[in-house]
Ligand binder design. Structure first.
Ligand code: FAD
Length: 459
C-alpha cells in the first residue's frame, strides 16, 4: 500500500529534524520522516559507558564567544545543557615520547610554529598552483614562479603535531567560519541527557510526544530508504522492507558518505553535475575510543585535559583526553583516531584495539598502570547509514562544488551538514542547512501553488 504526503524527509539527524520543523511551522504538516536507524539524532548519539553518558558522535559545541551567536549554543543554553569548556591549546605542551618523557615546552612550541608555517606555505603553494591553472585555462602564460617547498614532518613529535594541526585544528592555518563568526571557544557536552536532548526538544515543537518519547506516526524509524523514483509529478520512495511512500517532494538529509555509497538508487539516475559534485567531497572518519579504568593514573587538571603521544606512525593513538573535567571520578580516557587508523581499528577486534591502547599508555605512563576494564569503539565508517564522520571539502575548493551538492534535482531537495558552505562538518552546519532547505522548499511549494492558481484562472 502507498500513502501520499506533501514532503518526505529522509533522515532524522539534526538537519532532517530542523528542516521538518521549518515545514511544519510554515503550514506544511502532512510530512513523513523516514529514518533508517532505531532513533533520531544520527551523528549526535550518546551511549552509557562506564557509568556516565558519553557522546560517540558530535561532542563539542564549537564556536562560542564571538561576535555572532552560535544557534546551537543558544539551544543548549535554553535547555540548560551541562557543558564544559575545553582548551585544546595546552595539548602541545603535553606531548609524551615513547619513553614517557614530556617534550620540553620550548621544543614543542618551536615544532608547533614550524608546522604552522609549513602548513601555511603549503596552502599558499596550492593556491598559487590553482591560480596558475586558471591563468593557463584563460590563455595566460605559465608564470613559472618558484614555490618554496613546505617541510615534511619526520620525527615522531613533528608527525604528532602535523596530525593535530591537520586532522583537528586547521584554524591556525586558515580562517574557519565557525571560529571567525561564532568565536574561538569550544564546549564539551557533558550532560546525562545527551547532546541529542536538543534534538528531542526541537522535535517536541512539531511532533506529538509524551514523557520524552516521540509518539507521532509521521516519524517512522527503522525505515531504510533504498530507492527514489522521481519525476516532475513527485517522488516515490521505496524502503528496504518493501514499503512505498509517495510525496510531492523529498528532502534528503543522508550524509555525503551515504550519497557516495550505493545505498540509495535514484531512478532516473542523478544528473552528471550532481554526481560529480558528490564525488568531489571527501569524507573524514573520526573515531573516539573510550577506555574505562579502575582508577586514575594520568595527571588531571584543566591544562592537562589533552595530551599527545608521539609515535613514528602518524596518527597512531596520538590524541588523548581525560574525562575528569566533564565527569570527575569517572576514570575514563578518550583517544581519537582518524581516517586510515579509524578504518584499521574498525576492522579489528575490540580486544586488539584495547591491547594496542594499553601498550601506548604504558609507553607514556609506565608498566604499572592498570588495564582498562571496558572499551567502546564506535564504527562510523562501517555504519552503512553513515559511511564516515563528516564532510571534508578540499581547502581550496571552488564554490561550484558546494552549490551543486546543495542544489535540488527536480523534486528532490538536499540538506545535511555537507550542504552548508560555511559550517560543513559541524552540528550547527547541519542545523542551519536544515533550516535553509526547509525554507527553500516552503518557497517552492508556495510558487507551485501560485502557478496552479494561475493556470486555473486561465482556464
Ligand atoms: P546525520 O546526523 O548523519 O543525519 C542523517 C540521518 O539519515 C541519520 O540519522 C541516518 O541514520 C539517516 N539515514 C542514512 N541513510 C538513510 C537511508 N537510506 N534511509 C533513511 N535514513 C537514512 N560536530 C560538531 O559541531 N562538534 C563536534 O564535536 C563534532 N564531533 C563529531 C565527532 C564524530 C565522531 C562525528 C561522527 C561527527 C562529529 N561532528 C561534530 C559532526 C556532526 O555530528 C554532524 O555534522 C551533524 O550531526 C550532521 O547532521 P546531519 O543531520 O547532517 O546528518
Amino acid at each position: 500500500s502507498s500513502t501520499r504526503s506533501s514532503v518526505i524527509v529522509v533522515g532524522a539527524g539534526i538537519s532532517g529534524i530542523s528542516a521538518a520543523k521549518v515545514l511544519a511551522e510554515n503550514g506544511v504538516e502532512d510530512i513523513v520522516i523516514l529514518e533508517a536507524s532505531d532513533r533520531i539524532g544520527g551523528r549526535i548519539r550518546k551511549e552509557c559507558f562506564g557509568g556516565v553518558s558519553v557522546e560517540l558522535g558530535a561532542g563539542w559545541i564549537a564556536g562560542v564567544g564571538g561576535r555572532e551567536s552560535n544557534p546551537v549554543w543558544e539551544l543548549a543554553v535554553e535547555q540548560n545543557l551541562r557543558t564544559c569548556y575545553s582548551d585544546y591549546s595546552n595539548a602541545r605542551y603535553n606531548i609524551y615520547d615513547q619513553s614517557g618523557k614530556i617534550i620540553p615546552s620550548g621544543i614543542a612550541a618551536d615544532s608547533y610554529k614550524k608546522a604552522v608555517d609549513s602548513a601555511i606555505q603549503k596552502l599558499r603553494n596550492e593556491e598559487e598552483a590553482e591560480a596558475n591553472d586558471d591563468a593557463n585555462i584563460n590563455g595566460g602564460n605559465d608564470s613559472n614562479k618558484i614555490t618554496k617547498p613546505p617541510s615534511t614532518p619526520k620525527t615522531p613529535v613533528e608527525l604528532a603535531i602535523d596530525f593535530i594541526l591537520h586532522d583537528f585544528e586547521m584554524a591556525e592555518v586558515e580562517p574557519i567560519s565557525t571560529y571567525v563568526d561564532f568565536g574561538e571557544r569550544e564546549y564539551l557536552v557533558a550532560d546525562e541527557r545527551g547532546y541529542d536532548y536538543l534534538l528531542y526538544k526541537m522535535a517536541e515543537d512539531f511532533l506529538f510526544t509524551s514523557e520524552g518519547r516521540i509518539l507521532d506516526d509521521r516519524l517512522k524509524l527503522n525505515k531504510v530508504v533504498r530507492e527514489l523514483q522521481h519525476s516532475r509529478n513527485g517522488v516515490t520512495v521505496i524502503t528496504e522492507d518493501g514499503c512505498v511512500y509517495e510525496a510531492n517532494y523529498v528532502i534528503l538529509s543522508v550524509s555525503i558518505g551515504v550519497l557516495q555509497s550505493d545505498l540509495i538508487a535514484f531512478n532516473p539516475p542523478l544528473p552528471r553535475w550532481k554526481f560529480e559534485a558528490i564525488e568531489k567531497c571527501d569524507v573524514m572518519v573520526y573515531t573516539k575510543i573510550f577506555l574505562k579504568f579502575p582508577y586514575r593514573f594520568w595527571p588531571s587538571g584543566p591544562e592537562k585535559e589533552f595530551f599527545i603521544y608521539a609515535h613514528e606512525r602518524r596518527g597512531y593513538y596520538t590524541f588523548w583526553q581525560h574525562m575528569e573535567n566533564a565527569y570527575p571520578g569517572s576514570n575514563i580516557l578518550v583517544v581519537t583516531l582518524t581516517n586510515e587508523e579509524s578504518k584499521r581499528v574498525e576492522a579489528q577486534s575490540d580486544e586488539e584495539t584495547l591491547r594496542e591502547s594499553m601498550a601506548v599508555l604504558r609507553d607514556m605512563f609506565g608498566p604499572n598502570i592498570p588495564d582498562a576494564i571496558d572499551i567502546l569503539v564506535p564504527c562510523w565508517w562501517n555504519n552503512r547509514f553513515q559511511r564516515g564522520s563528516y564532510s571534508n571539502y578540499p581547502i581550496i575548493s571552488n564554490r561550484k562544488v558546494f552549490h551543486n551538492i546543495k542544489a535540488p534535482v527536480g523534486h528532490i531537495f538536499f540538506t545535511g551538514e555537507h550542504t552548508s558552505e560555511k559550517f560543513n562538518g559541524y552540528v550547527h552546519g547541519g542545523y542551519l542547512a536544515g533550516i535553509d532547505t526547509g525554507k527553500a522548499l516552503v518557497e517552492e511549494i508556495r510558487k507551485e501553488k501560485e502557478r496552479e492558481k494561475e493556470s486555473q484562472t486561465l482556464l
